[in-house]
Write a protein that binds this ligand. Structure first.
Ligand SMILES: [Zn+2]
Length: 302
C-alpha cells in the first residue's frame, strides 16, 4: 500500500473526488497536466476552485514556481481530469492513476523555469510509493497540439505503468503538459531524497519479572476480592506471555491480578514444561518462569 494522502500537501475541496479504480491489477501510473493558466497564489486559489466547479479535479495541484502542493482526493481512488476513451474510464485505469495539474501552460514547458522543492520531492515520493516507475512508457510528449494524436496508444495505456502526459491518453485530445523535460522532472526528486527518513530503531526494553513478586501474588491474589492485586506490574507481564502462549484466552484482560484463571493458565504452562502433580500447581518456579520469559521476551529476577 502506497501513500494515500501526502502529508506535505494542503487539502483542497472536500477530500472526495472519485471512486474505486476499475483495473486495480494494472500497474500504477501518473498523468501530468497543465492548467493553461498563470501561477502564483492567486492562480492556485482561483484555478483550484475552478477545477472543483467544473468537476474536473485532478488529485494534485502544483505550482512549479512556489513549490506549493495541494491535494483534492485520495491517491488510491480516481480523479476527474481525463475524458473516457469510449467505455474505458481512463481516470480509473491502473492500481493508481495519480493526476497532477501543474499551474503552467503547455506552450511553455514548466521544467524550463520551475523551482521544485521539498513538496515536489514529496509528490514524487508518493507516486513512487505505488510502484510507479520513473519512465514515460508512451514515449514522447507532444510539443504542439497538432502532433498529439500520434502520442496515444491504447495498449500502452492499458498495460504499462509509469508517467504519462495528458497528450498520451487515448480518447483525449489535449496536448498538455507540453514538451517538459522528463530528465529534469525525475532529477528534481532524486530517488534517495524522497525516501522518508526511517523511524529510529528503538532498542526494545527487556522487561524484568521479579520471581518473588510473582510468587507472592500467586499465593495472595486468589484470596483477594475479584481483581485484587499484589504485584500487578510483574503479573501483567506473565499474563501477557500466557496469552501469547494461548493458555489465557485472548479476551482475558491482563489485569495484573494473579487470580484463579491465571493459576489455571500457569498450571497448563508448567505441564507444558514437563511438570506434573504438585509441581504443576500454578505457582511459578524459577525454571518454568525463565522458560516462559525466554520464549516471550522477559527476564526473570530471582
Ligand atoms: Zn490535461
Amino acid at each position: 500500500m502506497g501513500e494515500i494522502w501526502i502529508k506535505e500537501a494542503e487539502k483542497l475541496g472536500d477530500g472526495s473526488i472519485g471512486g474505486a479504480m476499475d483495473s486495480p491489477s494494472a500497474p500504477g501510473r501518473a498523468v501530468w497536466h497543465t492548467t493553461e493558466s498563470g501561477h502564483g497564489d492567486a492562480s492556485f486559489k482561483n484555478v483550484g476552485q475552478y477545477l472543483i466547479s467544473i468537476g474536473a479535479e485532478p488529485h494534485i495541484l502544483y505550482d512549479p514556481t512556489t513549490d506549493r502542493l495541494g491535494q483534492y482526493g485520495p491517491l488510491n481512488q480516481s480523479a476527474r481530469a481525463l475524458r473516457n476513451d469510449g467505455i474505458t474510464r481512463t481516470n480509473r485505469t491502473g492500481k493508481v492513476c495519480v493526476q497532477i495539474e501543474v499551474l503552467a501552460r503547455a506552450g511553455k514547458p514548466f521544467t524550463g523555469y520551475w523551482k521544485p522543492g521539498p513538496n515536489f520531492r514529496a509528490l514524487m515520493r508518493a507516486i513512487r510509493s505505488w510502484g510507479v516507475p520513473d519512465v514515460f512508457p508512451a514515449g514522447a510528449l507532444a510539443s504542439k497540439y497538432a502532433d498529439s494524436a500520434a502520442k496515444r496508444n491504447r495498449t500502452t495505456w492499458a498495460t504499462k505503468g509509469g508517467h504519462y502526459g495528458h497528450c498520451n491518453i487515448p480518447g483525449n485530445d489535449h496536448w498538455d503538459p507540453g514538451n517538459i523535460s522528463k530528465t529534469t522532472l525525475f532529477a528534481a526528486a532524486p530517488k534517495g531524497s524522497t525516501t522518508p527518513a526511517p523511524s529510529k530503531p528503538t532498542t526494545p526494553t527487556v522487561k524484568t519479572v521479579d520471581l518473588s513478586n510473582v510468587i507472592a501474588a500467586a499465593r495472595r491474589d486468589p484470596g483477594l476480592k475479584q481483581g485484587g492485586t499484589t504485584h500487578p506490574a510483574d503479573v501483567r507481564i506473565v499474563e501477557a506471555a500466557l496469552k501469547a502462549e494461548g493458555l489465557l484466552s485472548a479476551s482475558y484482560a491482563a489485569d495484573g491480578a494473579y487470580g484463579s484463571t491465571t493459576i489455571t493458565a500457569y498450571k497448563a504452562w508448567q505441564r507444558k514444561c514437563g511438570y506434573s502433580g504438585s509441581a504443576a500447581d500454578g505457582i511459578p518456579g524459577k525454571s518454568s518462569l525463565e522458560k516462559l520469559g525466554a520464549k516471550r521476551g522477559f527476564k526473570v529476577k530471582a
